[in-house]
Design a binder for this molecule. Structure first.
Ligand code: TRP
Length: 416
């Protein structure tokens, strides 16, 4: 459940609809689902296995498994990826907090599509406001890690995440009752192969890595804490299925509304922020629905930022433990928060960095990390898997996963 909490986040509800909208809808969905089957299952398993066998975080795990330092660069790759993701993830979490506050104050009551789009611009171009609301989740995450209340958060998210799902089901039903919603369903579920391009495939692969939190060592930490007798493949399956259900539901809630209200599906990162308030307007208990949904969205985002920051914190503790000036957990939490704030400032203040960080991490760094991890487990530890599904798993990460990632890279560079 904790790993599912890490996986389910803004990647599902914010990013999935907007990248799907930018990349042709139905064709993106199909390729995304293929990526989830091809990469998701095997790679979630790979990371959990690395953690469970080494009982270490991303810093020590590769070294422990191989008894040498040759894989140490991979630990660095993981932590660099985590730091870059923190940069834009906190900004988007900040937007969520801003919208929650506005939902509480009923700020967008009666707004039409054009007004909602303009409103998003007003909010996000107000630099000080964005910085302020983005620092709030950094502090909240810091408090959770500082006081080690992860357990409490886990218990809380066990109640709240199912509630988020229920809320989404209600919203999907409401949205499907709108006039003109069928067009949106068609956009999302109808596969138009003429829209297929190397970029669509690359972005779908990146979205799969991002949404499942794979390729940057976050799940290694969860594997490290897994009880000895807990089943890895079953856990992976649960994480993957849950994450995918939430993403598909987000699409089913956003796209019918997009077409019913006359938004543009390729709107970009603002898509859900302009569409959601429009949906709440149509619901009974509009105020309550808006407040409840944005609250749950903020909590889903925070369970992801906790695990994201934890990667960096654990890295700093482990990497400095045998140095003259080791960082203890709390100092590492402070250093990590400082890095998060520095990176979010870069994202807010330097033009284009937001998009560059988002693209580079999902489309390149995470697939490269996953490629290396699949080779490590597939080729160096492969013989230790004896069950039939273990053997099938080894076959996929030895051959299918690395070859597919390389082909998608080559294809996107138009070298095929
Ligand atoms: N999977 C998270 C989401 O969908 C985002 C994420 C990417 C993440 N990489 C991560 C979360 C690593 C935790 C750890 O929102």
């Amino acid at each position: 459940m904790a790993a599912a909490g890490s996986a389910v986040g803004l990647g599902n509800i914010w990013k999935f609809p907007y990248v799907a909208g930018e990349n042709g809808g139905g064709i993106f969905l199909i390729i995304y689902l293929v990526c989830v089957l091809l990469f998701g299952m095997p790679l979630v398993t790979t990371e959990l296995v690395i953690g469970k066998r080494s009982r270490k975080s991303a810093y020590g795990a590769f070294r422990a498994l191989r008894n040498n330092d040759r894989w140490q660069w991979l630990s660095w790759l993981c932590v660099v990826t985590a730091v870059l993701i923190m940069g834009f993830y906190f900004v988007v979490t900040g937007w969520c907090i801003n919208y929650l506050a506005e939902a509480v104050m009923n700020a967008f009551k009666g707004f039409d599509a054009a007004q909602l789009t303009a409103h998003f611009q007003t909010v996000t171009t107000n630099t000080w406001r964005v910085i302020l609301v983005s620092v709030i989740p950094v502090i909240l995450t810091e408090v959770v890690l500082w006081f080690d209340v992860n357990k409490g958060i886990e218990r809380l998210s066990k109640i709240l995440m199912p509630l988020l799902l229920v809320m989404m089901v209600i919203m999907v039903v409401r949205v499907l009752l709108l006039d003109g919603s069928k067009v949106g369903l068609e956009f999302f579920f109808k596969t138009d192969f003429s829209q297929l391009s190397p970029k669509v495939v690359l972005v779908a692969m990146g979205q799969c890595f991002f949404s499942l939190s794979i390729g940057m060592g976050a799940l290694i930490t969860y594997g490290a804490y897994m009880p000895e007798n807990q089943d890895v493949p079953m856990t992976s399956l649960q994480v993957v299925v849950l994450d995918t259900i939430v993403a598909v539901m987000a699409g089913m809630m956003i796209f019918p509304a997009v077409f019913a209200f006359g938004f543009n599906p390729a709107e970009g990162p603002e898509l859900v922020f302009v569409v959601l308030p429009a949906i709440f307007e149509q619901m009974s208990f509009a105020w309550l629905s808006g407040v409840l949904f944005f609250t749950l969205l903020c909590i889903a985002a925070l369970t992801s930022t906790i695990s994201l920051m934890e990667v960096v914190v654990a890295f700093l503790v482990d990497a400095t433990s045998h140095r003259p000036h080791p960082l203890d957990r709390r100092k590492s939490v402070l250093v990590t928060s400082a890095m998060a704030i520095a990176l979010l400032l870069v994202c807010v203040l330097v033009p284009n960095t937001f998009d560059i960080f988002a693209e580079v991490t999902s489309c390149y760094l995470m697939p490269i990390g996953a490629l290396a991890m699949s080779i490590l487990v597939g080729w160096f530890l492969g013989n230790s898997f004896t069950t039939w599904y273990g053997k099938f798993f080894v076959f996929t990460i030895r051959w299918l996963v690395p070859i597919a990632i390389v082909l998608i890279f080559l294809n996107s560079l138009r070298l095929l």
